[in-house]
Structures are given as C-alpha cells and as structure tokens.
Write a protein that binds this ligand. Structure first.
Ligand SMILES: [Zn+2]
Length: 124
C-alpha cells in the first residue's frame, strides 16, 4: 500500500520537475559551477566558530535553539554535524543517502540545504 503511494509521488515529482522552473531553483546540477560554488560556501561555513548542524531528514540548517524545538526523533536519527561537510563528496553522499536529489535528463540535481527549518515542523 505504501509502496503504491511511493510510486505515485515519484512519478509526480518526475513530471513536475523542470530545472528552469522557479520551484526548482533549490536544485543544482551535478558538475555545474553553481553546485561547486554552493559546496565551497557550505564547507567554509562549516569551518566557522559556531557552525550550524543539519537535519538530514528536513534538509535544513539548525541553530542551537532551533535544535531544541526540533522533533526529538529527527535530532536523534538525522542530525549531522557540520564537520560532515569537509568536502564535496560528503555533501553528495549525504544528499544521495537521504534522497535530496532529483534526476533529470541523466543529470543528478542536488537540493540546497534549507536555511531554516520548515515552519510546519518547527512550530511544534
Ligand atoms: Zn528534521
């Protein structure tokens, strides 16, 4: 039953995804200068004095206080320390492992990490 739902949502995503759409601006193509630049910024951010953690499920950054109000199961299962992002392979592996990618025309598109947690999750 849940497998059917998965298939449905997958095909829906495939149809809706268009790299030129406004909605798809959060994705960067593998091998593109934009992705390289994004990852470089990510890595330098992870080296700051107080780097933010990442929820690999929500694919968002979490400050210390945001982490306190984030769902406990996410913090236990999905929290990634910023030290995970010391090179581009680690970012790509994490995005692949947690499904934050899309494939279009044989190219893998990586989702940018959200700057803030989604409000619907954070409001709990
Ligand atoms: Zn989360």
């Amino acid at each position: 039953m849940s497998q059917n739902e998965n298939e449905k949502s997958h095909s829906a995503l495939g149809q809706e995804f268009n790299p030129n759409d406004q909605d798809s601006q959060d994705f960067l193509a593998d091998g593109s200068p934009e992705l390289a630049q994004y990852i470089a910024t990510l890595i330098s951010g992870a080296r700051e004095t107080n780097p933010r953690s990442i929820c690999a499920s929500c694919w968002c950054f979490l400050t210390w206080s945001q982490k306190q109000s984030h769902p406990t199961e996410h913090v236990e299962k999905y929290l990634q320390r910023p030290s995970k992002f010391s090179n581009s392979e680690e970012f790509k592996t994490l995005a692949l492992n947690y499904g934050h990618i899309k494939e279009k025309n044989g190219i893998i598109w990586f989702q940018k990490i959200r700057d803030k947690p989604l409000t619907c999750i954070q409001s709990v």
